[in-house]
Design a protein around this ligand. Structure first.
Ligand code: ADP
Length: 432
């Protein structure tokens, strides 16, 4: 009740009492009705004002736009309304500053190429950078929804739920075929507000590389173990058994072949280790024709021994590169053609098209199309080569592929099982 209405109320009460003492019933009744009417109007007005104040508080809570209270003198709520107006002004300033900070934080986070998002303690996502788009549900656009409405992976959701209670430390999580390392931190903004910062590091390539390295090392140990156990077995026999000279010779030959197998393996391992993670190569001028001819010259005992019919069609083509590695690449493929097509035909051609193109084609055992993608993997050998006496290491084509890549080229394979195989090496050429 404001001062004016309090005064009016007081006057009405006094007038009612005076009318009562004057025994003027009509006046008494009139003033009494006026008091009741006054009370009802006043109550309604108070209720209305209280509801306006409560609406304003709700708007403040929801950060909605607010229409300032017009302050009327003698209004009993004037102090509350005044405080509310001040509060709104201050919080508007704070909200604007906060939204500016949030938008520049979002811009900064967007520069990061790893998913980062910030939630409040209840799990509402306040900011999520662009890299999070790979992790979120397709139809979800808004931030400011809860993490379980935003992300789709159950595994990730479990981890986020955990992060709301305690920091998550270097935990692996798989989302959509990728592997991430997750970390989260709690940060207090002020005495009341706390946020959770969640960071995901994509470690898929790193993990795959580690797995490959582990597999590679275990394959190397396995490859070394086999000849070593043969040699140690043969040594035991030579030490303990009474053998004839020819039997001894037989065992020594077996040792020799295993030693040479280990030698070959060590040599190829050295080359592969050297080029595996290399990005650059020496750039010397290489005449591919000379290169092929010198390789065939070194293999001529083989060609003669098995009576190959060798067809050559070689143009003069030059490339820039590492001549040792290029020779190694061609030699591995030519040796395979000779090894796996004993006694048949081998065609080698060299020409210039969009690329320098070397084709090495045999009509030997060939391989299934499904095996084509695997033969370049380290130590991958098919049945026909595993069973061969003195078969290769399974590293030759791995080296060849890497060398082609280092020369900005590639190798394609056309093969039919039982009919032979053609390897086509393509690399950029230079003018003669
Ligand atoms: P390897 O030292 O065993 O020859 P490579 O890496 O050179 O190893 O070749 C991988 C596998 O690919 C071989 O073990 C063989 O099974 C298959 N291969 C390669 N070249 C030929 C070919 N010309 N004909 C049939 N199979 C081949």
């Amino acid at each position: 009740m404001n001062k004016r209405s309090s005064f009016l109320f007081f006057v009405l009460v006094v007038a009612t009492i005076v009318a009562h003492f004057l025994r003027n019933n009509l006046l008494f009744l009139t003033f009494l009705i006026a008091i009741i009417f006054f009370y009802l109007v006043e109550e309604k007005w108070i209720k209305k004002e209280l509801s306006r104040i409560s609406d304003a508080l709700l708007q403040l809570r929801n950060r909605e736009n607010y229409e300032k209270f017009v302050l009327v003198p003698y209004d009993p709520f004037v102090k509350v309304k005044n405080q509310l107006n001040n509060l709104f002004e201050e919080s508007n300033f704070l909200f604007e500053t906060e939204s500016e900070i949030m938008s520049s934080l979002r811009d900064t986070l967007n520069l990061l190429h790893i998913p980062v998002f910030i939630m409040n303690k209840k799990g509402r996502v306040l900011i999520a950078n662009g890299s999070c788009s790979a992790l979120k549900k397709e139809n979800v656009k808004c931030e400011n929804c809860f993490y379980y409405e935003y992300f789709y992976s159950l595994e990730l959701m479990d981890l986020i739920a955990e992060s709301l209670d305690r920091n998550v430390d270097n935990r692996e999580v798989r989302v959509g075929g990728r592997i991430y390392k997750a970390n989260s931190f709690h940060r207090k903004l002020n005495s009341e507000r706390e946020v959770v910062i969640f960071v995901l590091n994509d470690i898929t390539e790193q993990v795959e590389k580690e797995i490959m390295e582990r597999e590679f090392i275990s394959a190397v140990s396995h490859e070394l173990k086999t000849p070593l156990s043969v040699i140690s077995g043969v040594l035991d026999i030579l030490k303990e058994e009474q053998l004839t000279e020819s039997e001894k010779m037989e065992f020594i030959k077996r040792m020799e072949s295993n030693v040479s197998r280990m030698n070959g393996l060590a040599r190829e391992l050295l080359i592969l280790t050297e080029i595996r993670h290399r990005e650059n190569i020496a750039k010397a001028r290489i005449n591919l024709k000379d290169c092929i001819v010198s390789i065939l010259d070194a293999e001529k005992h083989f060609v003669k021994e098995y009576g190959f019919s060798l067809h050559l069609n070689l143009e003069d083509v030059w490339i820039l590169g590492d001549s040792f590695l290029v020779k190694e690449m061609i030699k591995n493929i030519v040796e395979n053609a000779l090894k796996y097509s004993k006694g048949s035909e081998v065609l080698i051609s060299l020409k210039k098209g969009d690329f320098a193109e070397i084709s090495i084609k045999d009509n030997g055992v060939g391989i299934d199309e499904a095996d084509v993608e695997h033969i370049f993997e380290p130590f991958y050998r098919l049945e026909h080569s595993r069973s061969r006496k003195g078969g290769g290491t399974g590293l030759g084509l791995t080296i060849a592929k890497r060398v082609a890549e280092l020369h900005k080229g590639h190798i394609t394979v056309r093969s039919t099982r039982g009919k032979g195989i053609e390897f086509i090496i393509q690399m950029p050429f230079i003018e003669n």
